[in-house]
Write a protein that binds this ligand. Structure first.
Ligand SMILES: Nc1nc2c(ncn2[C@@H]2O[C@H](COP(=O)(O)OP(=O)(O)OP(=O)(O)O)[C@@H](O)[C@H]2O)c(=O)[nH]1
Ligand SMILES: [Mg+2]
Length: 322
């Protein structure tokens, strides 16, 4: 375990991480986060080991109790003998002020447990969605042998919806005071939720929100669910009420998607998306270098002089980049 990690090959790093070496895993993730030249080789070394973990997403409005719930889910899955990795996305977001510290303190009880690994990622994609790096970090955790990977996303816009491109099971946490259920419709949460948890159910109006959600689910017809209407559960994460039922609902959803073939469809979609992300990243890098070349500068000059249209410039560049 004392190997100098800076000296070893990428495949050795992956292999150490798979043996449970957390320093190797941390290094692997940092490299992926940095988008270094090494990423291609690293993903090449770990890809064959992916595809075994169940990925659960936890999303919902800021302060809904996602981290508290994730903390309980870790405890329950550990008690059932599973290993668990957690990725908290974008905890530095202004919407979640101070959450990094909060999460660290709350989840500290798991720090000495070798079956738990927790990582915060301050990465956000170029268009506000989940970044390419985030998806590859999940791949690295999957390849490292974790049974479950829990992803917490701060409930802000696109990141919230993008969890669908990463998680097999999406759990949306709401709180009674988060406003009426119309907000759920507007935010597109109805389409992404496999399970609703009405957290802070110790507060008044929890039952009202549960009723409204059930009504909306009854009205919404979503063929892609294949007979899986999202259950609405009442939870109180701080006192661990309803949390076993939430874990059971996630496990049941996992079994449902395996049985119906939806899991295979999701895996295909996720991988196609990964290839698209790789292509986009390559194109962007290639574009940036083309722009600084003499030809690139000349094309931009002609664009400014209106001798060429943006499409003509794009065509000229893509011809060169192909
Ligand atoms: N009353 C009550 N408070 C809760 C419950 N669950 C969580 N909280 C509290 O709500 C606050 C926010 O909880 P977090 O778990 O940090 O919420 P979060 O959704 O992760 O927040 P962000 O990551 O900042 O979006 C904390 O003070 C929790 O103790 C609950 O069931 N009932
Ligand atoms: Mg949180």
């Amino acid at each position: 375990m004392t190997a100098d990690l800076s000296q070893i090959s990428h495949s050795e790093l992956v292999s150490l991480s798979r043996q449970g070496n957390r320093a190797a895993l941390a290094r692997l993730i940092s490299k992926i986060e940095r988008r270094s030249q090494d990423t291609e080789e690293l993903i090449g070394a770990l890809f064959q080991h992916t595809g075994n973990a169940q990925v659960w997403g936890f999303t919902g409005p800021p302060g809904a109790g996602k981290s508290t719930a994730v903390d309980q889910v870790i405890r329950i899955l550990r008690a059932r003998g599973h290993s668990v990795a957690v990725v908290a996305i974008d905890p530095s977001s202004p919407f979640t002020g101070g959450a990094i510290l909060g999460d660290r303190i709350r989840m500290q009880q798991h720090a000495s447990d070798p079956g738990v690994y927790i990582r915060s990622l301050a990465t956000r994609g170029r268009h506000g969605g989940l970044s390419h790096a985030t998806k590859e970090v999940v791949m690295a955790l999957d390849a490292s042998g974790f049974d479950f990977i829990l992803v917490e996303t701060a409930g802000v816009g696109q990141t919230e919806l993008d969890i669908l491109k990463l998680a097999h099971t999406v759990c949306v946490l709401l709180v009674p005071e988060s406003g009426d259920s119309i907000q759920v419709m507007k935010a597109g949460l109805m389409e992404i939720a496999d399970i609703f948890a009405v957290n802070k159910s110790d507060r008044p109006e929890a039952d009202k929100l549960v009723r409204e959600l059930m009504l909306m689910i009854g009205l919404a017809e979503n063929a892609s669910r294949r007979g899986h209407a999202p259950p609405v559960l009442k939870t109180e994460a701080v006192r661990s009420q309803g949390m076993d039922a939430l874990v059971d609902a996630c496990i049941e959803h996992g079994a449902h998607i395996r049985k119906t073939g939806l899991l295979a469809e999701k895996q295909t979609e996720f991988l196609a998306e990964e290839v698209f992300d790789v292509l986009s990243e390559q194109l962007r890098i290639s574009f940036v270098s083309s722009m600084s070349s003499d030809t690139g500068k000349q094309l931009i000059k002609e664009l400014l002089e209106k001798k060429l249209s943006p499409y003509q410039v794009a065509n000229a560049l893509s011809g060169r980049m192909a």
